[in-house]
Design a protein. Structure first.
Ligand code: F6R
Length: 264
């Protein structure tokens, strides 16, 4: 695991966007795993700008989202399909047929989950999985006690997640209580993971995930098992990291990061 500390939220977002753009330039057929949430909105905005101003090409890219609410029609403004169309897909030159989200409207939800896993395998697996972290430590909607080897499946949301996401759903009355989500095991199968975490509200849970024990109570801690996982954070989110001096030193001294030192 590598933790990269950037001075501000804006610079953390920019580094994440640059890393994604570099992968895409090197591999135009990139299979990109996507997340939703407030953190990703800013990142998607930057990727949209990179497409508009620098011609970043998504025409061959395939995407798989981590999760989708159960019972939320894709045309609803609160669905993750709508979110992705609005924040990213409509702003870049991706072929909509290459974009995938779990089907939370399926009659047979378990079959839809199996199909989703099969589709990822058919595409050769996820090359790069983007992640945020929930305040209870979840990745995707892998709430506490999710098995660390879990696959795409139905998951009940915690009251904490429901309260937090209700604001984005126009209130708790619209907020689904269940979702389909890639499992922790599905996420760990991605060839590379890139997590973006900003803001002081995430500082304590981030420290638990990165430096605490690996536990299903904080599913993001499972990323410690991943051989290629990078976590980009701003100073506020880094507040409780014990190893932050080392992480800063690594960013300053590893040759790989030299081209991004303008962000320091
Ligand atoms: C949603 C997802 C979630 C979010 C997490 C953080 O697709 O993957 O794990 O990344 O809940 O959300 P924000 O960025 O809103 O704090």
């Amino acid at each position: 695991m590598e933790v990269l500390i950037l001075p501000t939220r804006e610079k953390a977002d920019l580094l994440a966007a640059r890393i994604i753009a570099n992968y895409l330039r090197r591999k135009p057929h990139l299979v990109l795993g996507l997340a939703t949430g407030r953190t990703m909105e800013r990142l998607y905005h930057l990727l949209g700008d990179m497409h508009a101003k620098a011609g970043l090409d998504f025409s061959l890219c395939r995407t798989f989202n981590l999760d989708e609410y159960i019972g939320m029609p894709p045309e609803s403004q609160y669905s993750y399909r709508y979110y992705m169309n609005h924040h990213l897909f409509s702003r870049i030159n991706i072929d909509p047929r290459n974009t995938h989200l779990p089907n939370g409207m399926a009659y047979d939800l378990d079959a839809a989950c199996t199909k989703y896993e099969d589709e990822m395998v058919e595409c050769g697996g996820i090359d790069l999985q983007l992640l945020g972290i929930g305040s209870d430590g979840h990745i995707g909607f892998n709430e506490p006690l999710s098995a660390l080897r879990s696959r795409t499946r139905q998951k009940a949301l915690t009251p904490e997640t429901i309260t937090q996401n209700a604001a984005l759903c126009g209130g708790e009355q619209n907020m689904p209580k269940r979702a389909l989500t890639m499992g922790v095991g599905t996420i760990l199968d991605a060839k590379r993971c890139l997590m973006l975490v900003t803001g002081e509200t995430k500082a304590k849970i981030l420290a638990q995930a990165v430096e605490g024990p690996i536990t299903s109570m904080v599913t993001a801690s499972a990323l410690q098992l991943h051989p290629h996982c990078r976590i980009i954070v701003d100073e506020e989110a880094a507040e409780h990291l014990q190893g932050k001096d080392y992480y800063r030193w690594m960013f300053r001294s590893e040759p790989e990061w030299a081209e991004h030192h303008d962000l320091l």
